[in-house]
Write a protein that binds this ligand. Structure first.
Ligand code: SAJ
Length: 432
């Protein structure tokens, strides 16, 4: 059986190592984090993913997976390390570079090296191949270099690693086939073969497609606010056309993929990637658009009490990375006029630099609830409980998810339908 060395034991590398180990491969997993390595060798993991603890325990106990701080000789190397963005929105490929350098001393002719990390176009040619060449190998003849981007969804990683279609792009045709054959031993979905740069671009374009389409929905929302149209209704009706799929507007785009990957394209072709950059700008402008509405809604209140609901970048997860909700909360908290409560049933206090409140605390005496994330809890809010506890029962739903209906005692504004947005009035005069 082939031996695989997986470099980077994070959200993708570790499940990948586990899936190959379960299929019978001998796996050594490498990470620079000592704690990750020590725990893994005891069959324990420090990340959360459905089903993963069980599979890892099984393969570690069976001697199929072990961890190390250093790479070692293997038939196949899989590099799965992060590619964060710099302050100036260019990709930081340092981890890919250092992982490749760490692998090189253990390389032998005929080895396969696969990069799974999301990388800017041409990184395989311009960053990875030169390191291999410097080490004395011909990257087009002696070893087989390929990019195989991951495309799994957290919570379903073990299933999607096996069932999703994979794209494999090698530096040469032979490298493509060699790398694709590695995946064919565990993947039940299709394994599609292409060149390295095409594989790099297709991964980036998948997430860019979504980002651009969300930007279109967000732009529609702003147009609708100006023209007095309900954008949600427009989207619902337009999407009845068999070839139209307008996405959903919201408070912005978060997560470590959609909010990051489009910049990898802009970086390499800034003069051409105009729509991609503009879409990033539109989505990045949404937190301020939400705050503008909060300011309009509370303009006539002296010290408005505001409950902000939801911090994660999407519903029913605990991930706050790049979340637009965090930006909104921090800006609202910075405004001394506002008395703010923040509530998210999926987030623990130590994840964020401000205090969190319970649902009860947040709604009691509130003038306004702003929904920023579509958690199930916020889809099923009980209007009577809100009316009973809030001071003025006004909801601003930026995810159009609450299911709350406008009624005499309850005012509901949705992000795509701001036609009737008016300042909240209180019966008592505000000054004196
Ligand atoms: N969002 C909207 N409107 C929409 C859809 C999403 O505002 O109509 C927002 C969400 O609220 C969230 C953001 O976009 O803030 C991203 O959410 P998502 O669920 O679209 O994407 P991710 O980042 O969780 O996962 C994506 C997936 N890519 C695609 O769907 C094309 C996933 O398959 C990839 O594996 C992942 O990126 C990745 O690792 O690249």
């Amino acid at each position: 059986m082939q031996k695989i060395c997986v470099v980077g034991l994070g959200y993708i590398g570790l499940p990948t190592a586990a899936v190959f180990a379960r299929a019978g491969f001998d796996i050594v997993g490498v990470d620079v984090n000592k704690q990750v390595v020590e725990r893994l060798n005891k069959g324990e993991i420090i990340i959360e993913e459905v089903g993963l603890p069980e599979v890892v325990k099984e393969v570690v106990d069976a001697g199929k997976l072990r961890a190390s701080l250093e790479p070692e000789a293997a038939d196949v190397f899989i590099i799965s390390v992060p590619t964060p963005i710099h302050e100036d929105c260019t990709a930081n490929v340092e981890y890919v570079r250092s992982a490749t350098k760490a692998v090189v001393p253990h390389l032998e002719k005929g080895n396969v090296i696969i990069v799974e990390s999301t990388i800017p176009p041409r990184t395989m040619d311009d960053v990875v191949a030169p390191i291999i060449r410097e080490a004395g190998f011909d990257p087009e003849k002696d070893v087989y270099l390929a990019h195989c981007p991951e495309r799994v969804l957290p919570g379903r990683i073990l299933i999607e690693l096996v069932e999703n279609t994979r794209i494999v792009g090698g530096l040469t045709k032979e490298a493509t086939t060699k790398a694709a054959d590695v995946y064919r031993q565990v993947v039940t979905g299709e394994v599609l073969e292409t060149e390295a740069v095409t594989a790099e671009m297709s991964k980036l374009m998948e997430n860019t497609f979504r980002d651009v389409n969300i930007a279109l929905a967000n732009e529609l929302t702003k147009i609708a606010a100006r023209l007095g149209v309900d954008a949600h209704k427009v989207i619902e009706l337009a999407n009845r056309h068999p070839r139209v799929n307008i996405h959903q507007p919201g408070p912005g785009v978060g997560g470590h993929c959609l909010a990051v990957d489009p910049y990898f394209i802009v970086e390499k072709a800034p003069e051409e990637a105009l729509m991609i950059q503009l879409s990033r700008d539109i989505n990045n402008s949404m937190p301020d658009f939400v705050i503008e509405q909060i300011i309009k809604l509370t303009a006539e209140l002296k010290e408005p009490r505001i409950a902000l609901f939801g911090l994660t970048y999407k519903g029913n997860i605990d991930d706050v990375r790049e979340s637009p909700a965090i930006e909104i909360v921090e800006k609202v908290l910075a405004n001394p006029r506002f008395d703010v409560r923040v509530h998210d049933p999926h987030v623990r206090n130590e994840q964020v630099p401000f205090p969190l409140s319970s649902f009860e605390e947040a709604i009691t005496d509130a003038n306004l609830i702003v929904i920023l994330t579509d958690h199930n809890e916020f889809k099923a809010l009980d209007p009577q409980a809100l009316i009973a506890k809030m001071d003025t029962s006004v909801i601003f739903d930026t995810k159009n998810c609450s299911g709350l209906e406008q009624e005499a005692a309850l005012t509901v504004h949705r992000i795509g339908d701001l036609t009737n947005l008016q300042a909240i009035h209180v019966n008592k005069p505000i000054n004196n």
